[in-house]
Design a protein around this ligand. Structure first.
Ligand code: ADP
Ligand code: MG
Length: 559
C-alpha cells in the first residue's frame, strides 16, 4: 500500500535547518560537495558490505556519482549507486540527529551569523546544506539487496516536516532532486556545476559524472568531470595545498581547512601509503566515545572501512583524519582479521610516529600554530602517556602547561622549558592539581615555592590527574606534587633557612603537642611546616594518598 505519511522533524533538526538557511548563505556552493561526499561514502559502504555478499552489486559494479540539471525546471539531481537506505535508515539519518550532545551544541549558538557559521562547521553540515539553495528536496532511495518495490521517497520543504512514501525504484542507491529557490535557479547550469565539482570534489576517488555538453545542450553520453584519482597515490611534489585541503574536507566531514598534514609512502617490511591530517578545530563531540570518525582504510586504493574503533590509531590521537592504503593486506580483509594483525600494527605504530613527528616539528618551527593545535586538542594528547607507554617521552615533550612562571591560564610551558629554568640543586618537576586554574594558582601549598622562586606547574584539566599517574618522570626528573608527602627542599635551602626552621620548630613544640591531642582521631600527624609563609595551616596528603581532587570526584560519583 503506497500511502504517504507526514512526519515531524526532531526539534534539533528544525533548529539546525533554520540556521543552515540563514547562516551559511555566503558559502552556499558547499551543498554540492556535501551531497557528492555522501554519494561517495555510500559507494564505499556498498563495497564493504559486498565483500561478503557479491550479489549486492546487482550486476552493476561501476560505482559513481551522477549530477544532472534542468535549467527550465530549476532543478539539480545528484544520484549515486551506493548502498542506499531502508525506510528506517531514512528516518534515522535524515530527520533525526543521532549525535549525542546536539542539544548542548545548539544552545551555544549565538544568533551572530559569523560566529554560528564557524560553530556549524565543527558540527558538520552534511545533507541539510541542500536547503541553503533549495526550497524543496526530494530524496528517493533503495537499499542494495532489497526489492524494487521497497524504495522510499522522502520529501521536505524544511518548513513543515517531511513526507515519506513507499515507491518503485529499479536501481539501488540514492537520488536527490533539489528544487532550487527562485533566486538560485542560475545554479542549474552545466558550466557552473562543473566548476563547483572541480573546485570541491576533484579528488573524491570516485568518478563524478555529468552529461556531455554539445552545442549548449546536454547529450546522452556521460563524461567524468572530476580527476577521480586517489590523491594519496600521487607524489607529494605533484599535489597542491588546495588539493590536500579539498580532499581533507571530504575525508574529515569537516568544512574548515586542515591545520597540517603528513603524506608518506612507506616501503619497509610492509608497503603502505599514509595521508594524515590534523584538523584546525576540535569537533563538538571530541569527548564522545561513539561518534568519532576515524582514519579510512584502503587496500590497493579500494576502500575497506572507516576506523571508528581506533584500531588504526590509539585513542589519544582520535582527532587525526585521513587515509591508510596498504599494499599487503588481502582485499577481502574483515573487521575480525584486523584485530591484532601484524600489518595493521605496523601501520599503526608507523603512523603514530609520523603524527608525533609532525607535531614536534610544528612546535619547534611554528610555535603559534602549535599553540592553536594545543588549545583544541591538548586535553586529548594528555591521555597519551597513559595509553602509549612506548612513546611517552615523545608525547611528554609535546605537552604544555600553565605554571607559576606567569600564572596565566593559557597552557604554554613545556617540560623542557621548565627543566631549563630549574633552580640550582632542584631535581624534581613540581606540580599542583586542582579542579580549576584559579584554585590551583591560589593554593597555599605554593607559598614556599613562590618565596623561593621555584616554578610549579598548575594542573587543572580533568585529565591531569590521570596524566601525572602515568608520567612519573621526564628527562630523568621525577614529577612531584607539592601537595603530597614530605617535601624535601633541603638542597635548595641555605644554612640560614635551616637554622631559622629549627628555631621555629623548637618554639612550636608545645603547640604541636596540643593540636595533636585535639585532633587524635582526625589526622595521622601534626608537623611544623615550612611550606607556608602566610596561611596558618594546610592539609597534606600521604605520598600514596589519592589527590584530594580524585577523592572528591569519587565521592561525587557515589563511592
Ligand atoms: P555525515 O555524512 O557526516 O554522516 P550527513 O548529514 O551528510 O552527515 O548525512 C547523514 C547520514 O545520512 C549519513 O551518515 C548516511 O547514513 C545518510 N546518507 C546521506 N546521504 C546518503 C546517500 N547518498 N546514500 C546513503 N546514505 C546517505
Ligand atoms: Mg555527509
Amino acid at each position: 500500500s503506497a500511502t504517504k505519511e507526514n512526519m515531524q522533524f526532531q526539534t534539533e533538526v528544525n533548529q539546525l535547518l533554520h540556521l543552515m538557511i540563514h547562516s551559511l548563505y555566503s558559502n552556499k556552493e558547499i551543498f554540492l560537495r556535501e551531497l557528492i561526499s555522501n554519494g561517495s561514502d555510500a559507494c564505499d559502504k556498498l563495497r564493504f558490505e559486498a565483500i561478503g555478499n557479491d550479489s549486492l552489486y546487482e550486476n552493476d559494479g561501476d560505482l559513481r556519482v551522477e549530477v544532472e540539471f534542468d535549467s527550465t525546471a530549476g532543478t539539480i539531481t545528484v544520484r549515486d549507486n551506493g548502498i542506499g537506505m531502508s525506510r528506517d535508515e531514512v528516518v534515522n539519518n535524515i530527520g533525526t540527529i543521532a549525535k549525542s550532545g546536539t542539544k548542548e551544541f545548539l544552545s551555544k549558538l549565538t544568533g551572530d551569523q559569523q560566529k554560528d557559521s564557524h560553530l556549524i562547521g565543527q558540527f558538520g553540515v552534511g545533507f541539510y546544506s541542500s536547503f541553503i539553495v533549495a526550497d524543496k528536496v526530494t530524496l528517493t532511495t533503495r537499499r542494495a539487496g532489497t526489492a524494487a518495490s521497497e524504495a522510499v521517497r522522502w520529501e521536505s520543504d524544511a518548513q513543515s516536516g517531511y513526507s515519506l512514501e513507499q515507491v518503485e525504484k529499479a536501481t539501488r542507491g540514492t537520488e536527490i532532486v533539489l528544487h532550487l529557490k527562485e533566486d538560485e535557479k542560475l545554479l542549474a547550469d552545466g558550466w557552473r556545476l562543473r566548476n563547483i565539482i572541480r573546485q570541491y570534489s576533484d579528488h573524491i576517488p570516485l568518478p563524478v559524472m555529468m552529461h556531455k555538453q554539445e552545442e549548449g545542450k546536454q547529450a546522452e553520453e556521460w563524461e567524468t568531470v572530476n580527476k577521480a584519482n586517489a590523491l594519496w597515490t600521487r607524489s607529494k611534489s605533484d599535489v597542491k595545498d588546495e588539493e590536500y585541503q579539498e580532499f581533507y574536507k571530504h575525508v574529515s566531514h569537516d568544512w574548515e581547512d586542515a591545520l597540517a598534514w603528513s603524506h608518506n609512502r612507506v616501503e619497509g617490511k610492509y608497503e603502505y601509503t599514509s595521508l594524515l591530517y590534523l584538523p584546525s578545530k576540535a569537533p563538538f563531540d571530541l569527548f564522545d566515545r561513539d561518534t568519532n570518525h576515524g582514519l579510512k582504510l584502503y587496500v590497493q586504493r579500494v576502500f575497506i572501512m572507516e576506523d571508528k574503533e581506533n584500531k588504526l590509531l590509539p585513542r589519544y590521537l582520535r582527532f587525526v583524519r585521513g587515509v591508510l592504503d596498504s599494499a599487503d593486506l588481502p582485499l577481502n580483509v574483515s573487521r575480525e582479521i584486523l584485530q591484532g594483525n601484524k600489518i595493521i600494527e605496523s601501520m599503526k605504530s608507523g603512523s603514530v610516529k609520523k603524527i608525533l613527528g609532525l607535531l614536534e616539528n610544528m612546535s619547534a618551527n611554528e610555535p603559534e600554530k602549535y599553540q592553536s593545535f594545543w588549545k583544541e586538542f591538548g586535553k586529548v594528547l594528555k591521555e597519551g602517556p597513559g595509553e602509549d607507554f612506548g612513546n611517552r617521552e615523545e608525547i611528554a615533550k609535546l605537552l604544555r602547561f600553565s605554571s607559576t612562571l606567569d600564572d596565566n591560564a593559557e597552557q604554554k610551558v613545556s617540560l623542557p622549558d621548565y627543566i631549563a629554568r630549574m633552580k640550582e640543586g632542584q631535581d624534581k618537576i613540581f606540580y599542583i592539581t586542582a579542579d580549576t586554574h584559579t584554585a590551583a594558582k591560589n593554593s597555599p601549598h605554593l607559598e614556599v615555592f613562590r618565596k623561593k622562586g621555584i616554578e610549579v606547574l598548575l594542573l587543572s584539566d580533568r585529565v591531569d590527574e590521570w596524566l601525572v599517574q602515568h608520567l612519573m618522570e621526564f628527562d630523568g626528573k621525577s614529577l612531584q606534587s607539592v601537595a603530597k608527602g614530605d617535601l624535601d627542599l633541603s638542597k635548595l635551602e641555605t644554612e640560614e633557612d635551616k637554622k631559622e626552621q629549627e628555631k621555629v620548630e623548637a618554639e612550636a613544640k608545645n603547640m604541636v603537642e596540643h593540636i595533636k591531642k585535639a585532633l587524635t582521631d582526625k589526622v595521622e600527624d601534626v608537623k611544623v611546616s615550612h611550606r607556608l609563609t602566610s596561611s596558618p595551616s594546610c592539609i597534606i596528603l600521604g605520598e600514596h594518598d589519592m589527590a584530594l581532587y580524585m577523592q572528591n570526584l569519587l565521592k561525587q560519583a557515589g563511592h
